[in-house]
Design a binder for this molecule. Structure first.
Ligand code: FE2
Length: 292
């Protein structure tokens, strides 16, 4: 049994030497940006107070935020660590518990944030050979950034996958959706999903990857409404001459349609849509690594 179960990922936190430059990128990426107390925040359309934050400083990944169900869960999580939750003095308020994982990553667990009502989402309207829900109406798209709904996952490089896996699972109850081996019986990493009981959750909320090279965030991923939204974002970024990283494509593990871009400081952010949702009744799969 883990100490608690998580609701979802909350945000990713960075530092950057030029917040205006970063804001330009983030607005092209499809986040709604605002500044508060000298920090640059990004929101999606899900009503959460922020899903992205950058503070002034040397360009760096600073940590990942996770959402607990309640402040009581934060206290449960804090007790065995000899810590106590503190007020979260950022947009939305609430409480925060800061932990450090085996590789020194800051893991911020939050609860009790004030949210706004989520914005309405577009109705599905893709016709296929199997079903044609859109009849007697057209699709007309405007040149605009992708409309980011929410943050979905973060991928962290780790130095010892098994040690990290133990740390993250013991505290947060993550379930392995897919484990990847570099070769037979040589673990490379795993896609970890939140355990929401009967309620299906994203195929991955965190991916821990034991890969060569420096530790750090490999990318953070944000869900957009649908394929139209993702392709609009792709065209918008291309027109703005932003730096593409990978995509558009469809992943094998998690099945989502992806599109990866680099921000001005080299961090990689992903747009995705149409991902798998699993619950604990779906057994994990072990796969030898292949790209996609
Ligand atoms: Fe991803």
């Amino acid at each position: 049994m883990s100490v608690i179960k998580l609701e979802d990922i909350a945000y990713v936190r960075f530092a950057a030497p030029d917040l205006a430059l970063m804001q330009g990128f983030l607005e092209d990426f499809g986040l709604t940006c605002f500044e508060e107390a000298g920090r640059l925040y990004g929101k999606g359309s899900d009503g959460r107070p922020f899903i992205y934050v950058t503070q002034p400083g040397e360009a760096k990944f600073l940590g990942v935020g996770l959402r607990a169900d309640s402040i009581a869960d934060l206290e449960t999580l804090a007790a065995p660590e000899g810590l106590a939750p503190e007020p979260l003095t950022e947009p939305g308020g609430g409480m925060i518990l800061r932990l450090t994982d085996p590789d020194g990553y800051t893991v911020e667990v939050v609860a009790g944030q004030q949210c706004e009502p989520p914005a309405p989402v577009p109705e599905p309207r893709f016709n296929s050979t199997a079903a044609k829900p859109r009849q007697r109406e057209t699709i007309r798209l405007s040149h605009a950034p992708a409309n980011v709904r929410r943050i979905g996952h973060a991928v962290l490089k780790v130095s010892d996958f098994r040690a990290s896996e133990r740390w993250w699972k013991e505290r947060f109850g993550f379930i392995t959706s897919d484990e990847i081996e570099a070769a037979k019986d040589v673990p490379l990493g795993a896609f970890l999903a939140c355990d929401r009981g009967d309620l299906p959750a994203d195929h991955r909320t965190i991916f821990l990857a034991q890969l060569p090279g420096a530790l750090g965030l490999m990318h953070a991923a944000f869900e957009v409404a649908d394929l139209d939204g993702l392709m609009l974002g792709h065209q918008f970024f291309k027109a703005r001459k932003r730096k593409a990283a990978w995509g558009v494509g469809r992943h094998i593990m998690g099945s989502q349609i992806f599109d990866y871009w680099k921000d001005p400081f080299g961090n990689e952010l992903e747009h995705w849509t149409d991902g798998d949702l699993f619950s604990e009744v779906v057994p994990p799969v072990w796969t030898v690594w292949r790209r996609s």
